[in-house]
Design a protein around this ligand. Structure first.
Ligand code: HEM
Length: 216
């Protein structure tokens, strides 16, 4: 997959102003997703609409978007079962699990999971990272001067702006550190608090990447 061709200037089309999320972050992640699944960029607006309805819409929009996404994955999988190609969809439909082929339902599950996990997360991360860099031009300049530090900056951005909450359901009653959780309770681990350091908190402008010398 060649994602190099998708650059900010490619998507923003030489405008002097842009809405980073609408004009770059979402189209970029959708283009990477479509490319890896073996599709051209032509359906990207539709896919962006479905994903934002699925993740941020009301109950009606969410249900409609889920149905559209499932049909989209099913049709794509069926076409790759008929005719294979050098893409991730073909890899999934031809995959074997414990000596058997994956079922249509499993293919659908993987396709939907890949879409949901890969799009909003990356777009949100790009948005936070670019907002930080826009507000801190001296850090932009230092990364241009020393591009080898980009990996460290990316790690620090992921720490400072963790966008995914981990949620679990308690399977039995438990008391932990003075907190009582009952069977069936939803337990949310706020990653943005877990990744804060005592000195640094998770305040954006206090990111510590400037002090680090190596990426992990
Ligand atoms: C900045 C980008 C991303 C962040 C911050 C992120 C974060 C996370 C976190 C915290 C989890 C654990 C969730 C849990 O156990 O409840 C997770 C799971 C996962 N992520 Fe990501 N992720 C990112 C990008 C991606 C991408 C690009 C893909 C695939 C294309 C991906 C695929 C997955 C999958 C398949 C899981 C497992 C889901 C499951 O267990 O059901 N993620 N991610």
């Amino acid at each position: 997959m060649d994602v190099q061709e998708t650059t900010a200037s490619d998507l923003i089309a030489r405008s002097t102003r842009c809405d980073v999320m609408k004009d770059f972050a979402l189209p970029f992640t959708v283009k990477v997703y479509l490319g890896s699944m073996g599709l051209s960029n032509s359906g990207s607006d539709q896919l962006i609409g479905w994903v934002s309805d699925l993740l941020h819409g009301n109950d009606v929009k969410r249900t409609e978007a889920a149905q559209s996404i499932v049909s989209f994955i099913d049709e794509l999988a069926a076409s790759r079962r008929k005719q294979s190609a050098a893409d991730f969809t073909t890899y999934i439909v031809q995959a074997q699990v414990q000596g058997r082929c994956v079922t249509d339902e499993e293919v659908r599950g993987i396709g939907v999971l890949f879409l949901i996990t890969g799009l909003d997360t990356v777009a949100a991360a790009l948005g936070f990272d670019l907002a930080y860099l826009a507000r801190n031009p001296e850090d932009q300049e230092s990364l241009r001067r020393e591009p080898t530090r980009i990996a460290i900056a990316v790690e620090e951005f992921l720490r400072a702006y963790s966008t995914v909450q981990i949620i679990r359901v308690a399977t039995k009653d438990v008391d932990f550190e003075g907190v009582s959780m009952r069977k069936g309770d939803f337990v949310s681990c706020a990653t943005m608090m877990l990744t804060a350091t005592p000195q640094n908190s998770c305040a954006p402008t206090q990111s510590t990447w400037r002090d680090r010398t190596t990426a992990t």
